[in-house]
Design a protein around this ligand. Structure first.
Ligand code: NAP
Ligand code: HSE
Length: 435
């Protein structure tokens, strides 16, 4: 058998220890599939004394992860530290400077610096791979850049954050409190080091920007992703949504808008109401699902574990195996310089139905004020529910579903109601997913 591929692992947390376990457990199978053994030569993390449940004694230890890039006994650096900048980025840049390939699960770094890193990798003719950065164990990057490579893709959307999906579906199933379910997601290793990245939709936005670039051949535009997370979704919304025939899911959508001749890019992450009979309504726990629509293949659905040590390690090691086989490929499925620059698409004209939750004082005239704002903005109401007794502060929740109207009309209604004494909190608007 050929010479081993020698790898250095930076980061020995949830994903890093998963990679060690996977490479040790399936060593023979991996060697046969890769055509050569994969050998870990060096590892690095912050705390050398921490018990990580894996035997690290066979490997050289580096206190400074960036030092791995310069080691002579390393062919490929595997970055599993995290963070868009700092040691992760220094290590990535160092790897290319020293002519080594890079595998990473770090969507924050790729969303912010992916184009620079891809260009550096091309210049030095080394591979850059990041399958684990999007949708954990699902081979969606491979699926889009290889399996769907012949298609023009105009839309890609789905559930891209395991932590949020775990929180929403567990709250839905058990009525558990948001904070308790988030703590459980952290314990299970799903959440980012800073979980606000998960619950505020930033992690899903990182992944969406990467997917959009690969799917559409567009230059990465993380700065252009409209992002809203799930931190404002209450148990009452989940209950109202259920009464109306929906579940709530955090959905990322990227779409090419060809409306005015020049293609523009819509990228947004938002909680949505999803009808019970829609395939995404049945995606529970830390599962992710991605739908891609191509002009010849039709609709593809990728689904699987979106977070956690095993599934993420599986995607990381798949990239390492590709490199061991000698596959280089362009990181974004075409050379970085060929990716097309696209401006963000306007959204006001887009038609859709929305769920709007108002928190209101339980007194006469409130409903009239809300419906007047809807009338003045041209928003037609499909249904309206006020359920339950006022809480201790005399407030009630009022949920409204609109007919199909332009997004700009809903925004206008919200603008009219700004500062109204008939509202005690900012309304929450969630779109209802279409086909
Ligand atoms: P983690 O459990 O927090 O592990 C991070 C590791 O990096 C730890 O071993 C830590 O060392 C080390 N580290 C952190 N800062 C360091 C520094 N300044 N210098 C040296 N080492 C440092 O994170 P994770 O969940 O494994 O995630 C790693 C990467 O994978 C992130 O980019 C994340 O977004 C991505 N990812 C995670 C998942 C998932 O399900 N967890 C899924 C897909 C992608 P100590 O252990 O000594 O503190
Ligand atoms: N924190 C991420 C999630 C990890 O919950 O989806 C997987 O990328």
């Amino acid at each position: 058998m050929a010479e081993p591929l020698k790898i250095a692992l930076a980061g020995l947390g949830t994903v890093g220890t998963g990679v060690v376990r996977l490479i040790e457990t399936n060593a023979d199978l991996i060697a046969r599939r890769a055509g050569r053994p994969i050998r870990i030569t060096a590892v690095s993390a912050r705390d050398r004394s921490k018990d990580r449940g894996v035997d690290l004694s066979p490997y050289a230890w580096e206190d400074d992860p960036v030092a791995m890039a310069a080691r002579g006994d390393v062919d490929v650096v595997v970055e599993l530290v995290g963070g868009s900048d700092g040691p992760a980025l220094a290590l990535a840049r160092g790897a290319f400077k020293h002519g080594k390939g890079l595998v990473t699960a770090n969507k924050a770094m790729i969303a912010h610096h992916g184009l620079e890193l891809a260009a550096s990798a091309e210049q030095t003719s080394v591979p850059l791979k990041f399958e684990a950065a999007v949708a954990g164990g699902i081979p969606v990057i491979k699926g889009l850049s290889e399996g769907a490579a012949a298609n023009a893709i105009d839309r890609v959307y789905g559930i891209l954050n395991g932590t949020c999906n775990y929180i929403l579906s567990t709250m839905e199933d058990t009525g558990a409190d948001f904070g308790d379910v988030l703590a459980e997601a952290q314990r299970l290793g799903y959440a980012e080091a800073d979980p606000t990245f998960d619950i505020e939709g930033i992690d899903a936005a990182h992944k969406l920007a990467i997917l959009a670039s690969i799917a559409f051949g567009a230059r990465l535009r993380f700065d252009a992703v409209e992002t809203m997370g799930i931190s404002r979704v209450k148990a009452a919304d989940i209950e109202q949504a259920r009464a109306l025939g929906y579940v709530i899911r955090l959905i990322g959508t990227a779409e090419i808008d060809r409306g005015e001749g020049v293609p523009r890019l819509l990228q947004r992450v938002r909680p949505h109401l999803v009808p019970f009979d829609h395939p995404l309504a049945h995606v529970d726990g830390a599962t992710n699902a991605v739908v891609a629509e191509g002009n010849f293949m039709g609709r593809l659905l990728f689904q699987g574990a979106g977070a956690g040590d095993g599934p993420t390690a599986s995607a990381v090691v798949a990239d390492i195996i590709d490199i061991a086989r000698g596959e280089k490929g362009a990181a974004f499925s075409m050379p970085a310089g060929d990716l097309e620059a696209m401006e963000p698409a306007p959204t006001g004209h887009r038609l859709g139905r929305s769920y709007i939750r108002f928190t209101v004082p339980d007194r006469p005239g409130v409903l009239a004020d809300i419906t007047a704002a809807m009338r003045d903005a041209g928003v037609s109401i499909e249904s309206l529910i006020q359920k339950g007794d006022p809480d201790d502060d005399g407030e009630v929740i009022l949920a409204l579903v609109t007919h199909e109207v332009p997004e700009s009309a809903v925004s206008e209604a919200m603008r009219i109601l700004e500062g109204s004494h008939s509202l005690t909190a900012q309304p929450l608007v969630m779109q209802i997913i279409g086909d």
